[in-house]
Design a protein around this ligand. Sequence first.
Ligand code: F6P
Length: 357
Amino acid sequence: MKRVGMLTSGGDCQALNAAMRGVAKVLYNSTEDVEIYGFQDGYQGLIYGKFRLMTYDDFSGILTKGGTILGSSRTPYKLIREPGADGVDKVAAMKQTYYKLQLDCLVILGGNGTHKTANLLRQEGLNIVTLPKTIDNDLWGTDMTFGFQSAVNIATDALDCIHTTAASHGRVFIVEVMGHKVGWLTLNAGIAGGADIILVPEIPYDIDKIVEKINERHNRGSRFTILAVAEGAISKEDAKLSKKEYKKKLENYKYPSVSYEIAEQIQEKSGMEVRVTVPGHTQRGGSPCAYDRVFASRLGSEAGRMILAGEYGFMVGYKHREIVKVPLEEVAGKLKMLDPNASIVREAKMMGISFGD
Ligand code: F6P
């Protein structure tokens, strides 16, 4: 008998259900007797003992469904370590639920914060297998995360739509793309959506270089310019600030986000009309794209195999087009940033895309 706990934690994304379905299909199609316990709303379910026994049918018909059938929540690592207002020792509570249900392992689907806690639970002696989820693609130890390709498609659609209206009105348009502190999503959507300027956190921008590019396009007869701006984009001046100074700046920030500051500066310096569009959480919503359905199914399938084989303490990742096992201690606490010297950046620059640097 294998008793498996399952939870989805952190910001949701497309293909969480596809990944869980992959795990469940392998387990239920095996010769083992299997019980899968689904925890409600991520680590909260494990802490407060909110779970349900899931049947084969629970995982049927969910391949194309966005979101997560288990629900999710953000339970920051810092809060996991400290007893909250309710005085609950969360690590002890999670261990208690695990042992009470006599689980053989936990399958945890999540991004960066989730992996820190998953690794902590591994250190505490629990058997853990994780799956790399996030539209940001910023998890260490894997070339790609599921959700990313679906989000690229949605952000690209936004850029496509903006193109036609920008051309009609001769405006500068900023499309703000998610991605937290990294630029993977913005870079890929920016190239796919034909952005003229792409701003990512890893390449701090100079506002004058951006205006230069807009003027250059204008002088060549282009009536409009499209910018794909990462929500975490940062100017060269701000990049020089200490963490403390930058945090202070954000505390007194008068703009809803960096895109609006950039828009105001462009308008002042170029005299052109600028608009900002923020697709926001639509980038995490809806049905997974075909790529993510296949990718998440493959990752889930391997997780199922690992559980049956008793191979614990790993994230199932993707390296050089192969599904691989990555030790959790290598993944936890590290961000996978975009390399400003990566060939994709060089190739984009050769096509005339400006990074404002
Ligand atoms: O990590 C995924 C992500 O969508 C980021 O791109 C974004 O910065 C963040 O989550 C938004 O978080 P929330 O859903 O908590 O507003």
